[in-house]
Design a protein around this ligand. Structure first.
Ligand SMILES: [Zn+2]
Length: 690
């Protein structure tokens, strides 16, 4: 019972692709956007179709993007740190999440509306978005190579999704049948996630399109925007107002513009980012939703963390297309707030469980930390956009911090259970099951899956002068410079366990261009050489720019000394007073109770010794069999015999305190916590000068 008209929609998308290809011939500036000229966009060598060349974001024609994305398929991540996670994602997480989604009726919600299921509607208002986010994970996974089984399953699911689209273009399984009259009411827009679901549909559709060229889902998503939304909603007295409710639609509309070239999607995103004062909301609601008033009036991060991060993504996407300086000013103000007052050392964001929200400045509790996996992912997505807009390494540093820590912790090592919240301290006596295979609000699991599947797309960018290298792992880039020169870059490294990277740079023939190498902000120093000859100027927290004539087989070696460091936080972070964290390279460490000697297993009695000899006191050992291979740190600690449970509630502070015993403490990477049996965990460890 298909009610959409996919044929005409598909024709439109193909026509816009063909028009873009024709524009290439007339305008060489568009060459990069469209790949190699092929005369026409279809009916010829499909390896040159524009969709194949579009990255995580398609920034090739974005006038205010200083950096342009490289397609996911252009980078192959080889045996190393991320390969295990990505293999598990494809072999285990994506298939088991599909089983979970089916088992919990998320596809029956679609089938029900066309008489193919008698099951009742299941799941919260935003349940459709979980299917779309999972499809996006599949779309990205298929960009790294075909997976026939999951490809066929997804194609069949897409058919079932588009079958429920109504002639008006509307598609949402929650606001159907008895609830249809609630569609797009003010209250529904505020809480009902209709446009959030549409946004995820568009993102899923775009990732799948960039993998396969198949526009079935994209046609349906665009139809809802074109036929249902734009004619009826928007500015002007003849149209009804919109509020995003949960930002997400903004960034997806702009990516839809980047995919189709149709500017009205940017205009609609601009209108939503501005808010419509015909809708009145309580001030607390405006804070919580992070939308409904002009984005450019925001001065700090507050409210629901995922909403705020996604709003920032959409606003940065808007800046990348328009260069609107008011947006850039707001975005940099908010980023300052993020990095100076609101971000965990793990890259997680969102301190409070209450409202899944940001707290006050410096409110960063540990065991109570919310740190939703989705919010850390939103942080990475936002910083990817800020990096593209600026070319500044500080944004890549946040991406790396979130990716290796607060995002990576969200999925168990076996890929089948997930954290919704990612606390920085944990006691199993609380009874909380921190990793679960399923949440009724299952936003985080498919969000993690789409992130790991899209990871190759975050390694490199290009600009007109050359290549940017953002992330380090064993990998091969097989792509080209923006002037069309084919370029291969091979990375060999044991990163993040050690800081040596050897890179082979091979343009197809000798060529003048710039290599911009990210020197991580955590590095204390860096040595870089080309063909064995030292290159000066490497500064942590910046890109090292090497401009030269590169010849096939040139080698670049990078050495970032990777000593463990002991980190203190701003004293205004109350919970961290007297405590320190340990970081080595990009990896944040934690202690788990079961790794300690019995004498040091009660964390209320344990401190880590911090003095002038501390940094030399770390023992570093890589353990290939532990937690799928981790580098473990040991450091001297002090165990006090407070007898805390027997001591008085209050006592004379000037009296001699309890004596400390020396004890060795063991630390593991934070991302790997809670992968064995339940045990206490702490990132911020009390420090002692003993
Ligand atoms: Zn989530």
């Amino acid at each position: 019972m298909t009610t959409s008209n996919p044929v005409s929609r598909r024709k439109f998308i193909e026509a816009s692709t063909a028009a873009a290809a024709a524009a290439y011939v007339a305008n060489p500036a568009l060459a990069f956007a469209l790949g190699k000229p092929s005369g026409a966009a279809h009916g010829v060598d499909s390896s040159h179709l524009p969709w194949r060349d579009q990255g995580v974001l398609n920034l090739n024609n974005s006038p205010y993007a200083k950096l342009h994305s490289v397609p996911v398929r252009a980078v192959t991540i080889e045996e190393g740190f991320w390969s295990k996670r990505r293999k598990t994602n494809v072999d285990s997480s994506i298939p088991t999440m599909r089983d979970q989604l089916l088992e919990h009726g998320r596809m029956d919600n679609f089938r029900r509306l066309v008489g193919k299921s008698t099951e009742p509607q299941k799941g919260p208002v935003y349940s459709d978005s979980d299917i779309y986010k999972w499809m996006e994970a599949v779309g990205f996974a298929l960009q790294s190579g075909d997976l026939p089984a999951v490809h066929n399953q997804t194609a069949a699911m897409i058919k079932e999704v588009v079958a429920v689209q109504e002639p008006s273009g509307y598609i949402n399984t929650y606001y159907a049948q008895d609830r249809a009259e609630q569609r797009m009411l003010q209250k529904t827009q505020r809480d009902g996630h209709e446009l959030y679901c549409l946004g995820h549909m568009l993102q899923g559709a775009i990732a799948y399109y960039r993998a396969t060229g198949d526009t079935t889902l994209l046609d349906a998503g665009a139809k809802m925007v074109d036929d249902f939304l734009i004619p009826n909603y928007g500015p002007g007295p003849d149209k009804k107002p919109i509020v995003a409710g949960h930002p997400e639609i903004e960034m997806s509309l702009i990516e839809l513009y980047r995919t189709t070239g149709r500017k009205q999607y940017v205009d609609l995103a601009a209108y939503i980012l501005h808010g419509d004062d015909r809708f009145k909301f309580e001030p607390s609601r405006i804070v919580y939703m992070y939308c409904g008033i002009p984005f450019t009036t925001r001065t700090k991060l507050e409210g629901h963390a995922v909403r705020a991060m996604y709003a920032c993504c959409g606003a940065t996407d808007y800046y990348l297309e328009t260069g609107d300086q008011a947006y850039w000013k707001t975005l940099t103000t908010l980023w300052e707030d993020l990095s100076q007052r609101q971000m965990y050392i793990t890259g997680g964001v969102g301190a409070r469980s209450d409202g899944e929200s940001f707290g006050e400045a410096y409110e960063l509790p540990n065991s109570q930390a919310y740190g939703e996996s989705c919010a850390a992912i939103g942080n990475m997505m936002w910083n990817w956009r800020m990096l593209a807009a600026s070319g500044e390494s500080k944004y890549a540093d946040v991406i790396e911090r979130a990716l290796y820590n607060g995002i990576n912790s969200g999925m168990s090592l076996d890929g089948t259970t997930y954290c919704y919240r990612n606390p920085l301290a944990f006691n199993p006596d609380s009874g909380e099951q921190i990793r679960n295979p399923w949440y009724d609000t299952t936003c985080c699991p498919p969000n993690l899956e789409r992130t790991f599947a899209s990871l190759p797309g975050y390694f490199y960018s290009t600009n007109k002068d050359g290549l940017y290298v953002h992330l380090y792992d064993n990998s091969t880039l097989d792509w080209h410079l923006e002037n069309g020169t084919p370029l291969k870059v091979v990375q060999k490294t044991n990163y993040p366990w050690d800081g040596d990277v050897e890179m082979t740079v091979s343009p197809s023939e000798p060529a003048d261009f710039v290599m911009n190498l990210r020197i991580p902000g955590w590095a204390k120093s860096a040595k870089v050489a080309v063909n064995g000859k030292a290159v000066a100027g490497a500064k942590p927290g910046e890109y090292l720019t090497i401009k030269r004539r590169w010849s096939p087989g040139d080698t670049v070696t990078l050495a970032f000394p990777m000593a463990a460091e002991i980190v203190a936080s701003n004293p205004r972070v109350e919970e961290n007073l007297g405590r320190v964290a340990v970081q080595r390279g990009p990896i944040v460490y934690c202690m788990e109770g079961l790794d300690q000697n019995p004498a040091a297993a009660d964390f209320s009695e344990v401190a880590i010794v911090v003095n002038s000899k501390s940094l030399k006191a770390f023992e570093v050992e890589h353990k290939p069999a532990l937690l799928e291979g981790v580098t473990v740190l040991k450091h001297n600690g002090a165990v006090y015999d407070h007898g805390s449970d027997k001591a008085a509630l209050y006592a004379d502070a000037t009296a001699a305190g309890p004596k400390a015993r020396a004890e060795s403490l063991t630390l593991i990477p934070y991302y790997a916590w809670a992968n064995r049996k339940p045990t206490e965990m702490v990132v911020w460890i009390p420090s002692a000068r003993t």
